[in-house]
Design a protein around this ligand. Structure first.
Ligand SMILES: Nc1ncnc2c1ncn2[C@@H]1O[C@H](COP(=O)(O)OP(=O)(O)O)[C@@H](O)[C@H]1O
Ligand SMILES: [Mg+2]
Length: 246
């Protein structure tokens, strides 16, 4: 397996407070990797810094190329897309226009294939096609999440980073959205999936990392983590506040 994306000794601080401590993490080509951990563990901070939205220290490598100063431009140009925790859709715009905005960088750099890309997204999310003319603000929670993912796919990313796509969705919808996420590998997209919903995330991922207070506490194949006593007790046990039925 070729590492597509790799962090080594990756740290992120807010002023004097370090929120992510020396994380080592890898996503291979075609892999779905999840980062699970409780609220406040540093998952969003990690993704935002990996996307170049926050300053970081340590090393970030993409397809073997060391990115000395990660910036959004550098990451987008190298095929990385982020679906942020707040979906940041344009509520007063139709589904179609939200998607077109996701293809803006391709358009600006001379690749005028947005119609084709949109048909690809509609093939993955047929529901969006039915609702192509509907305003984003009138979509259901699940449809909004699909639109946010679809918009990121318009850039034809090699690596898609998702920040808690299950947030606020009913269990059945979570399953539907994550099922689509797991199918993205057949479209040549690798996925870094950040989730508080540990069970749902581990069920679709190949490997997982457990982030606790900014550091990797445990890592391994997703199936092994699903059966790890510590993970079961802390994140998957019934009645646990971090456990969400999937
Ligand atoms: N803009 C910010 N300024 C200062 N501290 C922050 C900021 N955003 C998050 N933090 C802190 O960083 C830690 C990690 O937060 P976050 O990355 O949002 O965790 P998670 O996504 O795992 O819930 C928390 O202690 C949080 O309070
Ligand atoms: Mg978060």
């Amino acid at each position: 397996m070729n590492p597509l994306f790799e962090l080594q000794g990756f740290s992120v601080a807010y002023g004097a407070v370090e929120a992510v401590h020396s994380v080592d993490l890898r996503v291979d080509e075609g892999e779905i990797v999840t980062v699970i951990g409780p609220n406040g563990a540093g998952k969003t901070t990690l993704l935002c810094a990996a996307m170049g939205l926050l300053p970081s220290t340590g090393s970030l490598t993409l397809a073997g190329e060391r990115i000395a100063r990660p910036s959004v431009e550098a990451m987008v140009a190298r095929g990385v897309a982020l679906v942020p925790e707040r979906r940041e859709l344009f509520g007063e715009m139709p589904v179609e226009d939200n998607l077109l905005l996701g293809g803006f960088y391709r358009w600006r750099t001379g690749r005028r294939d947005q119609r084709e890309r949109m048909e690809e997204v509609f093939a993955i999310f047929p529901r969006l096609k039915e609702r192509r003319a509907q305003l984003a603000s009138t979509l259901s929670g699940g449809e909004r999440q699909m639109l946010a993912i679809g918009r990121a796919l318009m850039a034809r990313p090699k690596l898609l980073m998702l920040d808690e796509p299950s947030l606020g969705l009913a269990p059945l919808i979570v399953r539907e959205v994550l099922h689509v996420v797991s199918s993205l590998r057949s479209h040549g997209v690798s996925v870094l999936l950040v989730e508080q919903n540990a069970r749902a995330a581990l069920q679709v991922a190949d490997r997982g990392y457990v982030l606790e207070t900014g550091a990797v506490a445990l890592t391994g194949p997703a199936q092994a983590l699903l059966h790890d006593r510590r993970i079961i007790d802390t994140y998957l046990g019934l009645g646990n506040k971090n456990a969400v039925a999937a």
